[in-house]
Each structure stands twice: as structure tokens, then as C-alpha cells.
Design a protein around this ligand. Structure first.
Ligand SMILES: [Zn+2]
Length: 465
């Protein structure tokens, strides 16, 4: 009887003590990332030896060459460059701005041109200012109150939203479409409060577009730091006649040749089924693009290395893709998807890291309910690494164009609280990336890739798992 009980106890309890194959593999991935990870060294080079990598710049080309050479050194099955033409916008001489409360009485404020903006006239632009909280205010004010002025968009990001990307989404229309909309009412230029939750002196750039505004009606657009925006707003309340002056020297040049950088481990069993991990290699020019998105690039590169070093041979083909031109054109992501379709390639899974190199929390998953559930079913495997968020949501801008029925797309979701302190600003720099946080992100991505490869996706690929 006692033997029976002991046996029964062992039978019941054993599964709780023995490490499963999956647990072992995932532990090996995290151990390798945290002891011998390459992401941080690669990021150091990209950030500190190369720097900001605006599309079409010398630095963007250096980043293409550097990352290709690093992928070459990993002993992958294939590494190549995929040509793509990209827009080339240059900032020129740094911007300058002040407001004037009385003739000669001026206060300087930090601004930067928004990406894609036209320059101001040669002598700069000086005009009265009208403050609004959003595009919808323009119609209420009407042409009478707007024509001949500079429109100042000053709706702050909502601090009560826990996911700061939601706060960003709630504001970014001012930045992207503010100039095109204000031009319809005869505005001469626009100044946009930086997409930043804290008060500081960094202006944050980012893309803007003129839509179908005729070339001769395009007005210059700049971001102002959050401190600058507060100061200007207070000043306008005390002195509604204050004038704003700004000068910017940016230019849109001809498109230039650039590349997506791609490395591949060819699948051992299903080489025609492709899984992608990636980030975008281009960045804005003010900082060195460490969080956005140097981090996502080096994490994605390390995913292939981590699987290789831990002895896992993917059954499916695994590619790392470093996309060019996410920030101001999306040409790299569109080109990759276009080539994939022309070649009839079958992509089963794509994962992007483009939300900063902060502590990973989980994934947002863009897939069928069954596939979302399958991934949620792996939650316990990630729990020891404090990865717990597995929710249905968007993936990443660069992999979006690949989307097809039956495919699983996902985005790495790190903690978001500090991201917009740095996003598109001068302080998006290497020292703000923590080595362990970056490495944990790479390991988290590699673990999901491992599970997807091992078990396949549902329903089309399940039978081959
Ligand atoms: Zn990005």
C-alpha cells in the first residue's frame, strides 16, 4: 500500500519537477543572451561609431555595410542586401526660433523641423500665433482667425493612459497632418508640441505629410520642446499679440539607392515556410537612434545567433530583416513584401521589435483567435522571465505589408513608460539603453520564434508541427 502511494505520488508530482524540453531550450536561450549576448556590442557600434541613420544618409549606408558584415560573421546560410530606393530629406543648418512679446524683447525656444517639412523663407518666418488643441479646432476658428498666422498645436499626450503608445496615437495627427490642414485656412506655418509626456527642452521630430497640398501652398512645420510649448502657451495668454519667429533649412532631395539587410537560416524540414524577425535600420538624425530602432535591429540579429548557439536548428526558414526607411517612407517594408509576393514566398510568421530596448513584457499578436490562443497557451514558459503580456493587437510597421490570411504577426512589447522621453529626440542615445533589458528582449523574441517553429501555427501549419 505504501509503495503504491509513493509510486502514485511520484507519477503525479514528476511533471512538476522535471524540466520539459521547452523549458530547457528557453532557459538556454536566456542564459546565452545574458552571458554572451551580442546585441549590446552591435548597438554600441551602430550608435557610437555610426550614429543617427536617416534614410539616404552616409550613416544609413554605413549601417547597411556594418550589419551585413556582422551577419556574414555569424555563419548563417545566406546574407544579402535587397535594393530599395528611399527618399532623402536633409535637415541642413540647425533650426532657430524665438517668440517676441515687444519689439526687441525675445525669448529663444528649442525647435526642430518635422521630417518632410519644407524650409521657411530664407529670412525665416515671423507671424502672430494662434494656439489650438487639435486639428478639429481649425474649423471652429475659421479662416478669419487663422490666415496669415502660425498655428500652434498644443494638445499634450494623455498622461492617464498606461500604454504610452495610446497617448502617442491620440496626439500624433497634429504632427503628421497639422501643416496640411492649417494650410487650408491660410496659415503660414505650424509649430507642434513635441510628442513627449514629460516637460523638458528636447524637441522631438517625426514624419509629417502634405497630402495633396499643392507644392506652392506647403507651409513649414516644426516641433517645439514641451517646456517651450508651456512657455509659449503662458506667454500667449498674457500677450496674445506675441509673435513667433522660426527659421529652418531642410530640403527634400532626389530619391537615392539604399538596402534592406537580410540574413537567413534555411529551414531543415520546411524551407519554403518563412519566419521573419526584424526592426528598422534607419533612424531620425537628432540622436543616434539607439531605442528607435537600433535596439530592434540588434535584438533581431541576435535571435538567429541565440538559436544557433543553443543548438536549435529551425525546421522552417528563419530570416532577420533590417528594414530601411521606416521613419519617413516605409519603402523598406513595402519592398520586402513586394519581392516576397513576386517570388511567391510563403511567410508564416513575422515578429518586429520597434518599441524601444526597454524591459520586455510580452507580445501583441495580430493573428486568428486560434493562433492568439496558441501563443497565450505558452505563457507559463515565459513566466520565469517576467514576460506576461500576450494580447491581441498590432505588430510592427515594417512587417505589416506582409500580412495575409493565416499568417501570424507579432510585436515585442517592452515597458513603455520611458520610451517617449527619448523617441525621435536628441536624447535617443546609447547610454539610455540598459544592457540586460536589451538582452532580455532578444531572448524573449528568440523563445517565441523557437516555439512557433517547433509547433507550427494554426490551422494551416499545425499538421506539420
Ligand atoms: Zn521606430
Amino acid at each position: 500500500m505504501r509503495t503504491f502511494l509513493l509510486l502514485a505520488f511520484l507519477l503525479v508530482s514528476t511533471p512538476f519537477f522535471a524540466q520539459t524540453e521547452d523549458e530547457k531550450q528557453i532557459k538556454a536561450i536566456y542564459d546565452e543572451a545574458l552571458t554572451n549576448g551580442k546585441a549590446y556590442d552591435w548597438l554600441n557600434y551602430l550608435s557610437n561609431q555610426i550614429g543617427g541613420r536617416l534614410s539616404g544618409s552616409v550613416q544609413a549606408q554605413q549601417a547597411v555595410e556594418y550589419t551585413k558584415a556582422q551577419l556574414d560573421s555569424l555563419g548563417l546560410d545566406k546574407v544579402w542586401l535587397q535594393p530599395v530606393m528611399v527618399p532623402k530629406w536633409v535637415r541642413g543648418i540647425p533650426e532657430f526660433a524665438y517668440f517676441e512679446t515687444k519689439p526687441g524683447l525675445t525669448t529663444n525656444v528649442p525647435i526642430c523641423a518635422l521630417g518632410g517639412s519644407v524650409a521657411t523663407p530664407d529670412g525665416g518666418l515671423k507671424a502672430s500665433v494662434i494656439e489650438v488643441k487639435g486639428i478639429e479646432d481649425l474649423e471652429k476658428l475659421g479662416r478669419d482667425k487663422i490666415a496669415g498666422k502660425i498655428v500652434f498645436y498644443n494638445r499634450p499626450m494623455d498622461p492617464t493612459l498606461i500604454n504610452t503608445f495610446s497617448a502617442y496615437s491620440g496626439c500624433v495627427d497634429q504632427r503628421y497632418s497639422g501643416a496640411a490642414e492649417a494650410a487650408k485656412y491660410g496659415a503660414l506655418g505650424v509649430i507642434v508640441r513635441s510628442m513627449n509626456l514629460r516637460l523638458d527642452d528636447y524637441p522631438h521630430t517625426g514624419s509629417m505629410g502634405y497630402g495633396d497640398t499643392p507644392v506652392n501652398q506647403r507651409i513649414p512645420a516644426a516641433a517645439i520642446s514641451t517646456n517651450g510649448a508651456e512657455l509659449l502657451s503662458t506667454t500667449l495668454k498674457l500677450n496674445p499679440d506675441a509673435k513667433f519667429y522660426f527659421k529652418q533649412n531642410c530640403k527634400q532631395l532626389e530619391d537615392v539607392q539604399s538596402y534592406n539587410v537580410i540574413g537567413e537560416i534555411t529551414g531543415s524540414t520546411y524551407p519554403n515556410e518563412i519566419m521573419v524577425v526584424g526592426g528598422h535600420l534607419d533612424s531620425w538624425d537628432l540622436g543616434d537612434g539607439s531605442h528607435d530602432d537600433g535596439a530592434g535591429c540588434v535584438q533581431s540579429m541576435d535571435v538567429l545567433r541565440l538559436l544557433k548557439e543553443t543548438g536549435y536548428k529551425p525546421k522552417r526558414t528563419l530570416r532577420v530583416v533590417l528594414f530601411m526607411n521606416e521613419e519617413n517612407g516605409m519603402r523598406g517594408g513595402n519592398k520586402y513584401a513586394e519581392v516576397a509576393r513576386n517570388k511567391n514566398e510563403e511567410h508564416v510568421f513575422a515578429l518586429e521589435s520597434d518599441s524601444g530596448g526597454f524591459t520586455p513584457r510580452g507580445f501583441s499578436i495580430d493573428a486568428s483567435t486560434e493562433n492568439v490562443k496558441q501563443i497565450q497557451g505558452w505563457r507559463d514558459l515565459f513566466e520565469p522571465y517576467l514576460i506576461h503580456m500576450f494580447y491581441e493587437g498590432g505588430s510592427g510597421a515594417d512587417i505589416g505589408p506582409l500580412k495575409e490570411d493565416g499568417m501570424v504577426l507579432a510585436g515585442l512589447r517592452p515597458d513603455t513608460q520611458r520610451y517617449f522621453d527619448h523617441h525621435h529626440a536628441e536624447n535617443d542615445t546609447f547610454e539610455h539603453v540598459n544592457k540586460r533589458e536589451l538582452e532580455l528582449g532578444a531572448a524573449t523574441m528568440a523563445s517565441l520564434v523557437y516555439l512557433i517553429d517547433k509547433y507550427g501555427t494554426i490551422p494551416t501549419k499545425k499538421i506539420k508541427g
